[in-house]
Design a binder for this molecule. Structure first.
Ligand code: F6R
Length: 245
């Protein structure tokens, strides 16, 4: 595992944006696995700036997102489709037909099967971007006694609902289930890049980078089995977990 410690969260975002731009420039038709949540937003801004400055073009890039809430349509301002459009796709030269976010409405099982197929379509992701939940979840694979390999519907934990309530008017509005890539889908990517910042992520990151234990109670710990993982954290978080480069 490559642990990258930067001076600041902004520098972490620059580091990851540069990695993505380098990949896209080397392989213009690459496939990116993308994430939502608060953490990647400033990184997406940097991709937009690079695209507008003519430093990178996304016109042949394909993307697949990790997850989507169940029960809200893609037009809802808290859906992950809406998030991706407004935080990235609307502002870069990507062909939206080449972007996939699972459908959160209708037949959830069929939608999960569609996501599973998209993960493999045309080959696996060249790079999978991840954030991490306070409980160590990646995508919406929640900390539990068992994890799932393939795309499925997941019941969100209280910890995740509480953490995501900040984006909704009230906690009761947070969907309680989501369609998510499974652990095998994430681990299938050629390269996995996880960004984390903030004290709330301390325990999850400690379990990811400070020992050799793999446990379903910190799903991110399964990344230890992948050959090409980058965990990008700032000094402040590295100090909290006691990580020394
Ligand atoms: C988002 C996702 C989640 C988030 C995680 C952290 O697509 O799959 O695993 O990455 O919940 O969210 P933030 O970045 O808001 O702390």
């Amino acid at each position: 595992m490559n642990v990258v410690v930067t001076k600041s969260y902004d520098e972490s975002c620059t580091y990851v944006a540069d990695m993505i731009c380098k990949l896209v420039n080397e392989k213009p038709n690459c496939k990116l696995g993308l994430a939502t949540g608060g953490t990647p937003v400033p990184m997406y801004k940097k991709l937009i700036e690079a695209n507008k400055a003519g430093k990178v073009s996304f016109k042949d890039v394909h993307t697949v997102n990790l997850d989507e809430y169940c029960g809200i349509p893609g037009t809802h301002d808290q859906s992950y489709r809406y998030f991706m459009n407004t935080n990235l796709f609307d502002h870069i030269d990507i062909d939206k037909a080449n972007t996939f976010v699972a459908n959160g409405m209708g037949d959830f099982e069929a939608n999960a099967a569609e996501l599973e197929a998209k993960v493999r379509e045309g080959g696996v992701a060249d790079l999978q971007l991840l954030g991490i939940g306070n409980n160590g979840h990646i995508a919406f694979n929640e900390a539990a006694d068992v994890l799932h390999a393939t795309a499925h519907t997941e019941t969100l934990t209280e910890s995740t609902i509480n953490a995501n309530a900040r984006f909704f008017e009230k906690k009761e509005d947070v969907p309680t289930t989501a369609i998510t890539m499974g652990m095998g889908d994430i681990l299938a990517a050629k390269c996995v890049v996880l960004i984390a910042t903030g004290a709330a992520k301390e325990n999850a990151i400690r379990g990811l980078i400070m020992d050799d234990v793999i446990t379903t109670h910190n799903p991110s710990s399964m990344l230890k089995m992948h050959e090409n993982v980058y965990v990008v954290i700032d000094e402040e978080l590295a100090n909290l977990v006691g990580y020394k480069a």
